[in-house]
Ligand binder design. Structure first.
Ligand code: LLP
Length: 438
């Protein structure tokens, strides 16, 4: 998919770049991002919303992959940006992302984060709870600032996805519950705060969702809520943010819809359920992360050792693992892989791909069909653009990989590989236990 293909040498090529050459230039493990595919996904969202005729913003959820070059792509494509910490905000601002198109999320923003965001002039806070609402009002008042606010509401929708990535149900750490009246009281509270401008509401039901029914139900619930708030409190929502969560295909059996189908379902539901509440329909904002970058990413590894347990299993170890991709260990996520330097060879055995961490759970793929892999072969794991680099760790003091963008036969380094010195850059040895020179 995207610009990936097998070239005449039998090598995987992405964005016109042969992965064996990428390995020679940058080493492995290496995250490779197909820039054209990222831009295409951004455009699919923008086009689908334009076709709806509604006012909109598409905010890239930078938690999926937050680096400065990615913020530049999102800006160039006209997207807004969802950040969830001072670190993601800092990254976006340093990349020159326009502050007014940045939306700040999170269920526990600190006073320092709120100050930083107000000082930099971000477009909107998505307020999660009453403690935050008061804190935001007091900081904004001290700074004599007016800040735009969306209230995050929990619509009581159970998304069909992994429980760790499901957020719209009532028993969730996020947001104000519509069902028990707390969202209604939050609107009353927000409307009374003189330094806050209540733009509307936000709902995010979960991640890696294939069906549209959960989104449509969320719109219906939010519309019902909008009606009660209008009637009871005379407050109108100019913005309804429906979050992200649109699924992608990782392996056979995953059945995502096209981006335009998710957008059509949402905008259609807005037209249905908000008709008769307001004269003008609210602006619709969404926050896709995974579906912008997920399938554009490939991780390239070098095969090292192997262990064959006759009649049981053959393990093939690669030079990365749960440190660059924790998703199999965390969510039992499934991936597909290819021997990228022998991509035309037929599969001849079933093997399991192990990482190099001291941990039995450090497995990338259980039971994948491959040609007989040898030490030095290249293994490409597909669909690793979202929640891989951004969730990478230094466990076992393994250095985080480099990231390259590829397009039109050109590769650009966008994150350099960590060095050994990076690993100890924050270490301090107290003088009293320091090794003394003799
Ligand atoms: N908006 C909000 C408020 C969110 O919490 C999230 C994701 C998104 C948007 C973007 O969702 P997406 O379009 O990427 O599904 N680490 C997990 C995913 C966690 C998602 C967290 N929130 C994983 O690797 O599957």
């Amino acid at each position: 998919h995207g610009t990936s293909q097998i070239n005449n040498a039998g090598h995987l090529e992405i964005g016109g770049c042969d992965v064996t050459e990428l390995k020679a230039e940058y080493g492995t493990p290496l995250y490779i991002l197909d820039e054209q595919l990222v831009r295409q996904r951004c455009r699919e969202y923008m086009e689908a919303f334009k076709a709806s005729g509604l006012g909109f913003q598409v905010a890239y959820a930078s938690k999926a992959f937050s680096v400065m070059a990615m913020c530049r792509l999102a800006d160039e494509e006209g997207l807004s940006l969802d950040v969830v910490s001072d670190g993601e905000l800092f990254t976006a601002l340093k990349a020159g992302f326009p502050a007014e198109r940045i939306h700040f999320h999170g269920n526990n923003k600190t006073a320092d984060e709120i100050e930083m965001a107000i000082d930099s002039g971000i477009g909107c806070f998505v307020v999660d709870n009453l403690v935050e609402l008061s804190l935001l009002q007091s900081i904004a008042s001290r700074k004599e600032a007016k800040v735009n606010v969306l209230l995050r509401v929990t619509p009581g929708v159970e998304a069909h996805t992994h429980e760790y990535t499901s957020t719209g149900q009532t028993d969730s750490k996020f947001g104000f519950d519509i069902g028990n009246g707390s969202a209604y009281e939050a609107v009353r509270a927000a409307a009374s705060k003189s330094n806050l401008v209540l733009l509307g509401v936000h709902s995010h039901i979960g991640s890696q969702i294939f069906e549209t029914d959960g989104f449509e139900l969320a719109v219906e619930r939010v519309a019902g809520f909008a009606r009660s708030v209008r009637e009871g409190l005379a407050v109108d929502f100019r913005v309804v943010n429906l979050g992200g969560g649109f699924g992608i295909r990782y392996v056979d059996g995953d059945t995502p819809l096209h981006v335009s189908e998710y957008v059509a379902a949402i905008t259609g539901a807005v037209k249905t359920y908000f008709a008769g509440i307001y004269d003008a329909l609210p602006q619709i904002w969404v926050e896709p992360g995974r579906s912008i970058v997920g399938d554009a990413g490939t991780t390239l590894y070098t095969v090292g050792t192997q262990k064959d347990i006759p009649g049981v299993r053959k393990y093939i170890a690669v030079d990365g693992g749960m440190t660059d991709n924790p998703r199999p260990a965390l969510y039992q996520s499934k991936y597909e892989a290819l021997l990228a330097n022998r991509a035309t060879e037929a599969a001849s055995e079933t093997v399991s791909i192990a990482g190099k961490c001291c941990e039995s759970g450090d497995m990338l793929i259980w039971d994948v069909e491959l040609p007989e892999a040898q030490s030095g072969d290249l293994l490409a794991v597909a669909c690793t653009g979202a929640y891989n680099y951004s969730m990478a760790s230094n466990y076992n003091r393994i250095r985080r990989p480099a990231v390259v963008f590829v397009q039109n036969g050109q590769s650009d380094l966008v994150v350099r590989r960590e060095s050994h010195d990076d690993l100890i850059a924050n270490d301090i040895v107290p003088q009293r236990i320091a090794k003394q020179a003799v």
